[in-house]
Design a protein around this ligand. Structure first.
Ligand code: FE2
Length: 398
């Protein structure tokens, strides 16, 4: 009764077999075959099914993944392992790696949440759990740094400080790995990254959560997070100098106009310079309640505008090479107007990743999910797209 499309998630069904909750993404026309429809979506009432029949439509294409769990479709697909396997093949191993990275991300958040509250209660930080976490992060990145970058694109707007701390740590390890730093160094940098904004827990919430630009007075107060951090670092036993530097130097500038110490040039070591770059990059590409996420390409432009007075020019170029023009997890528009997520970039040049397409900007509706390998396709990347500029939510497709 049902055919499976070669691209996995779509199943051809007679209209008579439709039930509530199934996600109809296209109709089947005798003359033209599969035709995408503008009002694709889940069936919410019997009226919709009646309307399809009345319009003479006999078959439709149903998206199994986006259909609701209780419509019976998912069970019937799962019951046929051959079909299921075919549908999942393209994404299977990637999912496993991504799940691994998601798990570590979850652990990281739990740990940071705990330490933030403990520090708030005046307890000293215990270093050992952070080192264990840093080890896990490194493991995950060694295994597949694309997987984490993809997870990192899924930001949680509410727990910004947590997200940011974890992202900075992961970015530092990714960047450090790119620069071929040794494992012990990566570990110390990861610990520093996790703790880099620890001083913010003593910043007034009104200033910390203020949407938009801070007044000069508020900015002075915000800068205090690094003075508070000096205290926290001094109280924390067993923390390496590298970890402390990453925390205390991420707002220093090469020309000596940074804070808290106004260090200059060579006084800021490599890991300190790296922390400045990844901190700004992550802040720019995050979605906050008051601003859209900036595309990585636009963020790179800003990073370059901050050289050589604030940031180290050569290191910024290395960072761009490391993250890529269109990093995994970022959204891009292809030359045919489809939008997709950069899905796999390992062992490829930056302009030819595999892109998971799910939406058409031209037609303003979802399309069949399709993996486009730009090495084998005539298509190319037209531009990077910021998630908040789309009128649909890309999250379900990650
Ligand atoms: Fe900071």
């Amino acid at each position: 009764m049902a055919d499976k499309a070669p691209d996995g998630n779509l199943m051809k069904l007679p209209v008579s077999k439709l039930t509530l909750g199934m996600f109809v993404s296209a109709i089947d026309s005798n003359a033209k075959g599969k035709v995408a429809i503008a009002n694709a979506g889940q069936i919410r009432s019997q009226d919709t099914i009646a309307k399809l029949t009345k319009n003479g439509i006999q078959f439709v294409w149903v998206d199994v993944e986006r259909s609701s769990g209780d419509c019976g479709l998912k069970t019937s697909v799962a019951a046929d392992p051959g079909q299921h396997e075919k549908a999942q093949k393209a994404v299977g191993s990637r999912d496993a790696r991504q799940n691994h990275a998601k798990k570590i991300l979850g652990e990281a958040k739990g740990l940071i949440r705990k330490v933030l509250s403990e520090t708030f209660e005046g307890k000293a930080i215990e270093v050992a759990p952070f080192e264990a976490l840093a080890d896990n992060m490194i493991e995950s990145i060694m295994l597949d740094d694309d997987a984490f970058k993809c997870v990192s694109a899924l930001r949680d707007k509410d727990a910004y400080l947590l997200e940011h701390s974890v992202n900075v740590a992961f970015l530092l390890v990714t960047f450090g790995k790119h620069l071929k730093l040794d494992r012990d160094m990566l570990k110390q940098m990861a610990v520093g990254g996790i703790l880099h904004d620890i001083g913010k827990i003593r910043v007034d919430n009104k200033v910390l959560h203020k949407p938009g630009k801070l007044t000069p007075e508020e900015f002075e107060h915000m800068k205090l997070h690094q003075v508070f951090a000096i205290d926290v670092m001094a109280e924390t036993k067993g923390l390496s100098q590298v970890s402390k530097d990453v925390c205390l130097m991420h707002h220093e500038k090469l020309d000596g106009r940074g804070y808290p110490k106004g260090l200059k040039g060579d006084e800021i070591p490599l890991h300190g310079r790296m922390s400045c770059i990844v901190d700004i990059f992550d802040a720019l590409t995050a979605t906050r309640c008051y601003k859209e996420a900036m595309s990585p390409a636009a963020a790179f432009k800003i990073l370059l505008s901050l050289t050589p007075f604030h940031l180290d020019t050569e290191l910024v170029y290395e960072f761009i090479r490391c993250v890529g023009v269109y990093p995994v997890g970022s959204l891009v528009e292809l030359s045919d107007g489809r939008v997709g997520i950069v899905w796999e970039a390992k062992d490829r040049d930056a302009l030819h990743p595999i892109v998971k397409c799910f939406y058409s900007i031209k037609h303003r509706h979802y399309t069949d999910v399709a993996f486009v390998d730009l090495r084998k396709s005539e298509l190319n990347i037209e531009r990077g797209v910021s998630p908040s500029s789309l009128d649909v939510d890309p999250k379900p497709f990650y």
